[in-house]
Design a protein around this ligand. Structure first.
Ligand SMILES: Cc1cc2nc3c(=O)[nH]c(=O)nc-3n(C[C@H](O)[C@H](O)[C@H](O)COP(=O)(O)OP(=O)(O)OC[C@H]3O[C@@H](n4cnc5c(N)ncnc54)[C@H](O)[C@@H]3O)c2cc1C
Length: 292
């Protein structure tokens, strides 16, 4: 399959990229790893007249740690998230999401921003990032804005990003002591698989043996966008963690979920799996919280 014809741009910095996007708007598409964009262009579902590559912009690369928070450049790949020592030590659930994404070939190309902007309901990076309460920094010619990732997704394949905006980076606060997170993806196969259900959970405790001070439970592939399970979080808040509590939180998460039947799995199966995976991710989060 041949690609349709398009004009190609390779800006060298963000200023230049913003200028180009400001002039072209919705007639252009940004290109990062190309694992979604190029596939869709080859299929003929997208045929932008202009393609703007981000590959030469150094500002969009690298994971850096500043002022108690971590900054992940928009073009950091899933493979780089897997390899980063900071991500491994501080954001294990995110590293798990990155290592569950696609295959080694895909992980070497697929970027964090591309995964967010593609906005697939079953994508692997949004749930752990939302569990860590990540923020997305968007930039255009007239300036920058920072928005909670939780507000970013508006529907399958849709986000609140404007046509001339570029994701510059993702920001996440350093998790405090006695906090931890977990991520589990359920698929039919172990690799190159779209999630039937995925769940990320974050908890922070008063002290290693204390009550749950804050909790976030995020569900993927069971609604048009990744979603917080607020009822499950309410069950957890202020309570001493333990098996019975996590079972109740799992039941509440299943109630919150809005799965559909499709050729991959039935809605009832997905709802049952939300219950199981919520309990298991909470176990992972608790174990990490008690050891940190
Ligand atoms: C075989 C295969 C298996 C896959 N398996 C998985 C999987 O298991 N889990 C999973 O989550 N995904 C999977 N994917 C999907 C895909 O790899 C991811 O969504 C990927 O992270 C997209 O990133 P990219 O850099 O390739 O984006 P691109 O394809 O370059 O771009 C995707 C979209 O994001 C936009 N974009 C990219 N960067 C920016 C930016 N900085 N600012 C604004 N817009 C931007 C582009 O304009 C485009 O609309 C798979 C894909 C393939 C082909």
């Amino acid at each position: 399959m041949l690609l349709p014809k398009f004009d190609f741009y390779e800006p060298l910095n963000m200023e230049e990229a913003c200028q180009v996007m400001s002039g072209l708007g919705s007639r252009a598409k940004l290109l990062a790893g190309g694992t979604d964009l190029i596939v869709n262009m080859k299929r003929g579902t997208l045929s932008p007249g202009h393609v703007v590559s981000l590959s030469r912009i150094n500002d969009l690369k690298g994971v850096t740690f500043t002022k108690g928070r971590i900054r992940i450049g928009a073009c950091v790949t899933a493979a780089e998230l897997c390899e980063s020592e900071e991500i491994k030590t501080l954001f294990r659930a995110l590293q798990q999401g990155a290592s569950d994404l696609g295959s080694p070939l895909i992980r070497n190309l697929a970027t964090i921003a591309g995964n967010l902007v593609s906005a697939r309901p079953a994508a692997d990076l949004p749930p752990p990032l939302m569990a860590y309460d990540a923020k997305v920094v968007l930039m255009k010619e007239s300036g920058e804005r920072e928005i909670p990732l939780e507000d970013f997704f508006t529907g399958p394949g849709e986000t609140m990003i404007e046509p001339d905006e570029i994701v510059k980076e993702i920001l996440v606060e350093k998790p405090r002591d006695c906090s931890g997170a977990g991520y589990i993806k359920l698929g039919v196969r172990k690799a190159l698989e779209i999630s039937l259900v995925n769940v990320a959970a974050f908890v922070s405790l008063d002290d290693p043996d204390g009550a749950i001070q804050s909790a976030r439970v995020v569900l993927g592939a069971v609604a048009p966008t990744p979603m917080r399970a607020h009822s499950a979080e309410k069950v957890l808040l202020g309570e001493k963690p333990g098996e019975a509590l996590f079972v109740r939180a799992g039941e509440a998460a299943a109630e919150d979920s809005k799965p559909i039947d499709d050729f991959r799995a039935g809605a009832e199966y997905r709802r049952a799996m939300v219950q199981v995976l919520t309990r298991r991710t909470l176990d992972l989060a608790l174990n990490e919280a008690r050891s940190r």
